[in-house]
Design a protein around this ligand. Structure first.
Ligand code: MG
Length: 147
């Protein structure tokens, strides 16, 4: 029997966006006010969300797991930063399993864990697990549901 396909978003799900902002200087934060996702190298400096790495490893044993993220179009370094982040924190388990797209709905699968409904997440053909919602406030709740 085929494993079910699971997609996991990065920012706000695997990676802590706020932790990346904390590494920036005041000048950078001022220069990029209201367009923080365009800060060069921001995405390489994020820490994993609580429980994210452990959960990814556990879920990878059961599901055919991919990272499904959107890289900002105006931030060229974010595209490579995301690859470097995945290699650093998820390693071999995530090898060649990173998908960067603005159309998450074009990926066929069973589950998508995402903290937002943008970039096609709301039209995903499988079940959207809304990370940070009342039902799925954290990784513990997500793993309880999926494992
Ligand atoms: Mg997100």
């Amino acid at each position: 029997m085929r494993k079910k396909i699971l997609y996991i978003d990065m920012d706000g799900v695997l990676a802590d966006f706020g932790s990346g902002l904390k590494t920036q200087s005041e000048k950078i934060l001022k220069d990029y006010k209201d367009k923080e996702d365009e800060i060069p190298n921001l995405f390489a400096n994020m820490l994993p969300m609580n429980g994210a790495v452990e959960s990814f490893m556990e879920l990878s044993k059961i599901y055919d797991t991919y990272i499904l993220s959107t890289a900002p179009w105006e931030n060229a370094s974010s595209w490579s930063d995301k690859l470097l982040w995945v290699k650093k924190y998820l390693g071999e388990n995530a090898r060649k399993r990173l998908i960067l797209t603005h159309r998450k709905d074009l990926n066929i699968g069973d589950y998508l864990i995402d903290d937002r409904t943008r970039n096609g997440a709301d039209k995903f053909c499988g079940e959207l697990i809304l990370f940070g919602s009342d039902k799925f406030p954290d990784w513990k709740a997500v793993c309880r549901y999926l494992i």
